[in-house]
Design a protein around this ligand. Sequence first.
Ligand code: GAR
Length: 192
Amino acid sequence: MSVKQIAILFSGEGSNMEVLIKKLHQKRFDDFEVEVVAAITNKPDAKGIKKADDLGIDVIMIDHKSYDSREAFDMKLVETLQDLDVDLTILAGFMRILTPVFTDTIKAINIHPALLPLYKGADALKRSFEGKETTAGVTAHLVVSEVDGGEMVLQKSFDKTGMDFDTFEEKIHACEHEIFPKAVIKVLQNLH
Ligand code: GAR
């Protein structure tokens, strides 16, 4: 049985990271097992650090403020992921725009709190809440150099009619936690 190695990048709360570790780490799927080899953050005060620690996952700190350019930061990420021999990199609330230094080299999947191609980019959750559509949702997609522009892997939508912001936010996170682990497995199953 083969082992597929993943690393999870996060910047804040880390709720998606926590769910991914609990649902995937050292679990068996078809003919492979998943190993979360590290959680990587760019934020020294990220709340998710404790969550990863508590689950026994090594946390690597790469503070973007220590680098002179986006490219230099991305190169450090690439080198770290290559040293870890990662098969798939997971962006779980990783709030950095990535340059082609990263996107041309690293196979990665991201979770976005909107129904792409609607509401690409920053503040998507708030903009989706305020948008005129009655349907909202979340998207797991592959990462390319265009921000939130890669191939969709899975989406989940819901009717947001009558929801206040807190209920909407909770629903978005519940949808993310439901589809993101499934989307990661789907991509891993298709890796050669
Ligand atoms: C999630 O809602 C995720 O979709 C969003 O950040 C949140 C992280 O929450 N990501 C983006 O907006 C990326 N553009 P978490 O830290 O609790 O997983």
